[in-house]
Design a protein around this ligand. Structure first.
Ligand code: CTP
Length: 415
C-alpha cells in the first residue's frame, strides 16, 4: 500500500452525483481527509438517493450543500462563488452522463454545477455509468468538450457494472482518484484556472507483454516479457488524460484503471487488434515482445514423443510496427522498442528507419537492471534528433520520461 499523500492545507471540493457509485464517495472523503485535505461535499439531488448527506457531512466534517437556493434562506446562495474560490481542486466523483452533459454545456441548476462554473481551480471528472452510456457518441462528445475547456477526465475503469454488463464505465477506485488528486495538487500552486493535461483528447495505443505461439494445445513458443513497460506506459498516458487502449499478450499484471484492455495470445491476434485501431491512434507505443516466428502448422492434438529430435516448421509473423509505419497518418507518432545485445545503437537506428518510426527506445537485456525486470536502462533515439541515454530507473519512471519527451516533441512539431 503506497504511503498516503500529503494534502495538508489543501482545499478539495468533492461533487457527488446520482450514480450507484456514489457510495464510493464515502471512502474517497475518508482518504482525502486522512491525507490532510479540507473537504467540502456538494451533492446533486439525485445523489441523495444513493448516499445520505449525513454520511458525507459526518465524514467531511462540514455541511453538505445541494441547492443553489436553500430553503432556509441565510444569504448562502452565493456559496457557489465562495466555494469556487476556496477550492484548490474540484473533483466530480462519480460523474454521471447527466452531470457531464450539464458541465459540458454550462448548466448551473444545482450547487454542484453552479460551483463548477464559478471555480478557478483544476477540475477532475471521474465518470461512472453503464457501458453503452459511456460509449455513446453524445457522452464521448461531452467528455471531449470538457477536455477542450481544460477539465481533466479520469477515464472510467473496466469491470462489472451495476447492470450486470462487463465493460468500461466503473468509477475509478477511490485510491486511484486520490493518487491523481495528489499529482494535480502537487503541480498546482497557483489558483489560475483549469489546466489541460498534455494528452487530454488524445488516443494512445499501447502494446505489452509477450505473445504465445501454439505448437499444440498444451505447448507454446513465447518469451520472458512481463508486460511491465507497456502497462506502465498505458497507466502514465491515462494519467495524462489520454484515452488509452492496451493490447496485451498474457501477463500476470492487473490492468491499469481507466484503460481499455484487449487481451490477445498470438502475434497474429495482436496484429489484428492493432491494425483495427491504427487509424484512430494519435500515439502508438509498441512495447510488446512480439514473437518473430510461429509454428506453421500447430497440431490440433497433443504431440507425442516419437523421435529423439523434433523439427518445428516456423513461419514469420507479421511485423506489426512496420505495417503501422508503412501506413502512418502524417500527424501520428510511432514509438518502437528494441532489445539489442550487440551494436545496439546502430541496429536500433536501422529499425527506426526501416519501420518508419518517430522514436525507438533501445536497451540491452544482458546489462544489469535492463531488459525483462522491473527496471530498465534505455537509450532514446529520435528520427530527427540526437539520442539520449536515460539512467537506470523503474519502468514507471522510464514511461514518464518517454512520455515527457515524445509529447514535448509533438507539441513542438504541431505548434
Ligand atoms: N515488432 C512488431 N512485430 C513483430 C516483431 C517486432 O511490431 N513481429 C516490434 C516490437 O514490438 C518492437 C519493435 O518491433 O517495438 C522492434 O522489435 P525487435 O524484436 O527488437 O526487432 P525485430 O523487428 O523483431 O528485429 P530482430 O528480431 O531481427 O532484431
Amino acid at each position: 500500500m503506497p504511503a498516503s499523500p500529503d494534502l495538508s492545507e489543501r482545499h478539495v471540493v468533492l461533487g457527488v452525483t446520482g450514480s450507484i457509485a456514489a457510495y464510493k464517495a464515502a471512502p474517497l472523503v475518508r482518504l482525502l481527509k486522512k491525507a490532510g485535505a479540507a473537504v467540502r461535499v456538494l451533492m446533486t439531488p439525485d445523489a441523495e438517493r444513493f448516499v445520505t448527506p449525513l454520511t458525507l457531512g459526518t465524514l467531511s466534517e462540514g455541511e453538505v450543500l445541494t441547492d443553489v437556493f436553500p430553503e432556509n434562506e441565510d444569504g448562502s446562495w452565493t456559496k457557489h462563488v465562495t466555494l469556487g474560490e476556496w477550492a484548490d481542486l474540484f473533483v466530480v466523483a462519480p460523474a454521471t452522463a447527466q452531470t457531464i452533459a450539464k458541465l459540458a454545456h454550462g448548466f448551473c441548476d444545482s450547487m454542484l454545477t453552479a460551483t463548477a462554473l464559478s471555480a478557478r481551480c483544476p477540475l477532475l471528472v471521474c465518470p461512472a455509468m453503464d457501458r453503452e452510456m459511456y460509449r455513446h457518441a453524445a457522452t464521448q462528445d461531452n467528455l471531449d468538450r470538457l477536455r477542450e475547456i481544460g477539465y481533466e477526465i479520469l477515464p472510467a475503469a473496466h469491470g462489472e457494472l451495476a447492470s450486470g454488463l462487463v465493460g468500461q464505465g466503473r468509477m475509478p477506485e477511490p485510491g486511484v482518484i486520490l493518487e491523481r488528486v495528489a499529482e494535480i495538487v502537487a503541480g498546482t500552486d497557483t489558483n489560475e484556472g483549469p489546466s489541460a493535461p498534455p494528452l487530454a483528447g488524445k488516443t494512445v495505443l499501447v502494446t505489452a507483454g509477450p505473445t504465445r505461439e501454439p505448437i499444440d494445445p498444451v505447448r507454446v513458443l513465447t518469451n520472458p516479457s512481463t508486460g511491465t513497460m507497456g502497462y506502465a506506459l498505458a497507466k502514465a498516458a491515462a494519467g495524462r488524460g489520454a484515452s488509452v487502449t492496451l493490447v496485451t499478450g498474457p501477463t500476470s499484471l492487473s490492468p491499469p484503471s481507466g484503460v481499455e484492455v484487449v487481451s490477445v495470445q498470438t502475434a497474429d491476434e495482436m496484429n489484428d487488434a492493432v491494425q483495427a485501431r491504427r487509424t484512430g491512434a494519435d500515439y502508438v507505443f509498441m512495447a510488446a515482445a512480439v514473437a518473430d516466428y510461429t509454428p506453421t502448422d500447430p497440431s490440433p492434438s497433443k504431440r507425442k514423443k516419437t523421435d529423439e529430435g523434433l523439427v518445428l516448421h516456423l513461419r514469420r509473423t507479421p511485423d506489426i510496427l512496420k505495417t503501422l509505419g508503412d501506413h502512418a497518418r502524417p500527424d501520428q507518432v510511432l514509438v518502437g522498442f528494441a532489445l539489442e545485445t550487440d551494436d545496439a545503437l546502430e541496429n536500433a537506428r536501422r529499425k527506426l528507419k526501416k519501420k518508419n518510426l518517430d522514436w525507438i527506445a533501445v536497451n540491452n537485456p544482458t546489462e544489469d537492471g535492463a531488459g525483462f525486470g522491473p527496471t530498465n536502462r534505455v537509450t532514446l533515439l529520435r528520427h530527427d534528433g540526437p539520442s539520449e541515454e536515460l539512467p537506470l530507473m523503474p519502468k514507471a519512471e522510464v514511461a514518464d520520461a518517454l512520455l515527457d519527451r515524445v509529447c514535448a516533441a509533438q507539441e513542438e512539431r504541431t505548434s
